[in-house]
Design a binder for this molecule. Structure first.
Ligand SMILES: Cc1ncc(COP(=O)(O)O)c(C=O)c1O
Length: 411
């Protein structure tokens, strides 16, 4: 399978978009930032596959950057959402679905005594910060250097259009580094509202790192001692690793958790889940949004959670991730490359050892694309429950061909 963007529908759309949309496409989905050959516009998606506007089909390892956990167009989830649209989606207040979903999250997430709903991960992380400040009466928020928590001024990775004042109360530390966290805690003094961390270290363009349990326990103890809130930003990893919350397996409970991406299998929804101690703070703040109370995405989330709870979907995703990781390691070794494959197999980060300028990764991912698999050269990827062994094996054949081509040009 090969494709070229020259004279393509994709190019024509880019041309049109460049006239009426800033930068043509903005943000993390702007493919000019990835590499040559990546299509920008997509026509459809189903299961673990996506089709670009020129009709090229790909086995997808980005899963819409996370939301696709059960498979695109999962029929039961989409039916639940569409049935709800038939009844009523947005109105002058939420429907019964909101209460059901809050009850379901409280029943599912081990530290949650309450939940509220929004639309994007940034809504949820920002609300966690607001709740923590309301609950503690303090201002400083400790976050790990290089972590992504969203795209508004207090946390955006870009400083363009952002003022120093927007970041005044952020204090940085290094993930998994107790001494560095202690320094940040000392810097915050008696004004510390929260420590916020992602489920594990999944920063762009570097090896992923699971949380060190001693580090997590230390952060918990600091929060217990000072009264600050421990916030788990589970926007990217939430539900894919563990329905109870991504730190459940590490035995550490946060006070607040931010969710979005996969909680409604692609229907737009975010949630903040919190412990009893944060409920009063959460009751005092004012946060809202025109579309936050819509019932269709909530119905989709209820069905998504039901499926995740009653099937082996999560174990299956993990098995497929392991199959992909083992296969890639074997192929790379055969072609004389050493791969660094880090983080959970469900959310793999694949890097070529020694590939400082990403020349090998870019060449490999572009070749993989021509052979029908959509991978990312410097961001963690995602697997979903629709990936079947045959899809993984097919993808590995494509990866083998791509690695063979890369070996001729990039070392
Ligand atoms: C860990 C984490 N937090 C927050 C966000 C922001 O979510 P959204 O893009 O839905 O606003 C993301 C998005 O990728 C994320 O990965």
């Amino acid at each position: 399978m090969t494709q070229t963007l020259i004279n393509s529908r994709d190019m024509a759309l880019r041309e049109r978009a460049s006239k009426v949309v800033p930068n043509g496409v903005w943000g993390h989905m702007a493919t000019r930032a990835i590499g040559p050959g990546y299509p920008q516009f997509f026509a459809k998606s189903e299961g673990c596959r996506v089709w670009d506007v020129d009709g090229n089909e790909y086995i997808d390892f980005m899963c819409a950057w996370g939301p696709n956990i059960l498979g695109y167009k999962q029929p039961d989830v989409d039916r639940a959402a569409i049935e709800q649209i038939g009844i009523g989606d947005i109105g002058n207040g939420p429907s019964e679905r909101m209460v059901e979903l809050a009850e379901t999250l409280v029943d599912t997430i081990e530290y949650a005594d309450w939940a509220l709903f929004q639309k994007n991960g940034t809504d949820a992380t920002t609300t966690c910060v607001t709740v923590a400040r309301a609950a503690t009466g303090k201002r400083k928020i400790l976050i790990a250097r290089g972590a992504y928590h969203g795209a508004v001024p207090w946390c955006s990775p870009s400083l363009i259009g952002v003022t120093a004042e927007d970041r005044t109360h952020l204090v940085l530390f290094d993930y998994n580094d107790i001494a560095s966290l202690d320094e940040a805690v000392a810097q915050a003094g008696d004004d510390m509202a929260a420590i916020m961390m992602t489920a594990y270290r999944h920063d762009v363009n570097r090896d992923q790192e699971m949380p060190d349990e001693a580090f997590l326990r230390h952060a918990r103890a600091v929060c217990d001692r000072t009264g600050a809130a421990l916030i788990l930003d589970d926007v990217r990893a939430g539900f894919r690793l563990d329905l109870r919350g991504s730190w459940a397996r590490h035995g550490v409970k946060p006070d607040l958790g931010a969710y979005s991406k996969s909680i409604a299998n692609g229907w737009p929804l975010a949630a903040v889940a919190g412990s009893r101690s944060m409920m009063e703070g959460a009751s005092k703040i004012f946060v809202t949004g025109s579309f936050w109370y819509g019932s269709a995405a909530m119905a989709a989330s209820l069905k998504t959670i039901e499926i995740l709870r009653t099937t082996d979907a999560l174990a299956h995703i993990e098995a497929m991730g392991q199959r992909f990781r083992d296969g890639l390691a074997e192929i790379a070794a055969r072609h004389g490359y050493e791969l660094s494959q880090t983080g959970p197999v469900q959310m793999p980060m694949v890097r070529f050892v020694g590939d400082q300028d990403l020349a090998i990764a870019n060449s490999f991912c572009s070749a993989a694309l021509r052979h029908g698999i959509y991978m990312h050269p410097r961001h963690n990827m995602f697997l979903c429950a629709a990936h079947q062994p045959a899809d993984i094996d097919h993808a590995l054949e494509a990866a083998d061909a791509a690695m063979k081509e890369t070996a001729r040009t990039a070392r």
